[in-house]
Design a protein around this ligand. Sequence first.
Ligand code: ADP
Ligand code: MG
Length: 668
Amino acid sequence: MRLGIHSVQDLLFHLPVRYQDRTRVVPIGSLRLGDQAVIQGEVELADIRFGRRRSLLVRLADGSGSISLRFFYFSSAQQVAMGRGACLRCFGEVRNGPAGYELVHPEVQCIAEGQAAEVEQALTPIYPTTEGMHQLTWRDLTGRALELLEDGGLQEWLPVDILREHGLQPLAAAVRLLHRPPPDQSRQVLSEHGHPAQRRLAFEELLAHQLSLRMLRQRRRQSAAPSLLGDRRLQQRLLAALPFALTAAQQRVLTQLRDDLAQTQPALRLVQGDVGSGKTVVAALAALHCVEAGYQVALMAPTELLAEQHWSNFADWLDPLGVALGRLSGRARGRRRAATLQGLGDGQLQLVVGTHALFQEDVVFNRLGLVIVDEQHRFGVHQRLALREKGAAGRIPHQIVMTATPIPRTLAMTAYADLDLSVIDELPPGRTPVSTVVIADARRDQVVERVALACRGGRQAYWVCTLIEESEALQCEAAEDTAAALHEALTGLRIGLVHGRLKAAERQAVMDDFKAGEIDLLVATTVIEVGVDVPNASLMVIENAERLGLSQLHQLRGRVGRGAQQSHCVLMYHPPLGGIAQERLTVMRESNDGFEIARRDLEIRGPGEVLGTRQTGEMQFRVAELLRDQDLVPDVRRLADRLVHDHPESVAPLIQRWVGSKAQYAVV
Ligand code: ADP
Ligand code: MG
């Protein structure tokens, strides 16, 4: 079944999405719009109406007031049964009709004179369902599952003392309540998932998830990695050659990384840092640490352009130190590729920069000691696993994962509980926040004017063209057209163009010219999103900004604001703006802080999208919801520790119950 229900336990955890109250008869006079209620009364009037659609209109009164029942489909038997004077009990939702409140197609029961019809004893559960499964079937199935529950069908895995301490009710009681809540339970609280029984289940689910990640971490701790002890020789030389000193945050994270690499168990650390916080140089220093120890480093980037950027950065920094660098792009073929493979295999190459191409089966390393992954969440778990396998002789390489899309702390603690976490929480000195404006594309001329002004004043600018992601070809064409149009409008300015279809060498040449100040305005597709670094550029225009997500906008905007002068970002949109797009652009205008933006992104899109795990189901919970239940996380983490120490027998069953076969897909 598509709902993933295979056992009695699955059925018990198949919880209602909402509830109806059929436990009491409500006076008609007290009904409000939108109420779903049971009412009972006498038919005052029954009429066929010929409006736009023929309908049967029945007027029902109970002394407190009256309401219309409207039927578009009805048999003559029904019409007779609902004739004047009949006593009816109905359940339906109150809507606005042409003449006051009405119930459209309510459920109707005729009550014989003097008969007291029964009401339900519990709130009526409404289950998530699939086609062909009626609510009555669900009620029947869950009813039977609940009977089994009475016979101890659901084992309690949380020890009594823990339940008491955290004020949690027993699992069975919580499950029973949620399937058949007593009439006095608030439907409001239930619909907001704030009921103690719901929190009880969410708590256990988050706990199970936390435990499963701890088990992964434990398993990793049991495998071996080469202990990398650098002598700092190369690192010192790079530091001496840099035109700046590391920030305190970079220094702190670098120390953590060196400690990690010295361990004999494989490290797995997530380094978060806002755009421009200087992750690349930290990665380079960690790489040198590994090279000093005599091991190889693989640096993996999500796109060819970013791999090129990294390669050119690393080449600038490390060539002078005599480090042998290679690169492996997806496009490399023939002799060049063979030479790189040879160098990796015999250990001549000390560092390789590449894309997914690094995962291919014929890539064999001689002594791989460290894998650095940039922009982690674009890589699937399986790809990361594949690189792990490339360690030498049963040794697993250390892994450092860098991300510029900061993940809010609670989410990170839940999603990445098996990773160590470092944050570069400081920008290099002298950066000024980018001031951002949002402008409709009808005012394009003014924007062009602004570009002219900035460039004539000796500054540089980006003009980013966006188009539907799927068509790179169209995107490149649009960029070409835009470049041509701007060329015409901005005579005298030097305009360059980069997009994904240029050859790597051409692209590099344009980037180099821009960096050298020989180009004033760089027209580009979103290929420049990451890694591009030109401090003199202080204006960015993004066309059709409404099409981009928050983290992408933040990444793009991060290309400016790198120098000392005030930078500006113009977000142009094509009206009308949808609600979410408007929200996103507002967030961009209001904030420059990557963590704040990520937090808002999470609110707008939800964790599955933010983590890129929606499709894989990695972070899908049955009951818990990360945002809603994040206040539970600190307790959950404390309890996970305690359970592992004091009640290890509960750990596996809890994981099995809540995470089950998904455990193997969790972040590794
Ligand atoms: P990101 O974290 O976004 O990858 P980069 O590594 O690209 O950031 O760094 C952004 C820019 O800041 C680069 O030009 C880099 O050389 C520079 N940079 C890095 N660290 C420092 C520092 N401590 N002081 C000044 N500039 C720095
Ligand atoms: Mg970077």
